[in-house]
Ligand binder design. Sequence first.
Ligand SMILES: [Mg+2]
Length: 181
Amino acid sequence: MFKNISSYDEIELKQNALLIFDIDETIMRFDGISRNWWINKLNEYYNIHQDHKKANDCALKEWIDHIKLNKAKLIDREKLFNIFSKALSEYNCEIIFITARHIDMKDMTEKHFEECDISEYIHKIYYNENKGILLKELLEDKYKNHKDIIFIDDSIKKLENIYSINNDNENHNLSLYLFNY
Ligand SMILES: [Mg+2]
């Protein structure tokens, strides 16, 4: 269903493809938030509240408070810029970002893109927790002319959701990459 990669140069580009990146832990990270941060926080809050929804809300609030105060950093600037420039100049791809961040975080997200020097892309960020549904809508409308769709995300759950909703789309070929740095 998806290919595991630990570096952007493992992405197999295709001519005229739509190249889609997740944001958090796929292109961007924050000091103080490790890959295990969410698992640890969810456990911590679950032990306090004994409720998954409450634990998730508390962890999300703490995460938002943290990223509000900390500067965003690209995970691997050199390789990300390499794949961006190769995708645009050699493969004629279009690059967009799909994040599960809430639309309320738009201003903060645009600030993070500015901090990472990639603010030329802020008009290509789409916000929706259900990435599969959002992608389906985008492929029926705005991006219907792209045959090949390449999606890079660090979350297995998100990739499973994208796959389950878009895999039987006859007009598009979907390539999914699980990014783990
Ligand atoms: Mg992510």
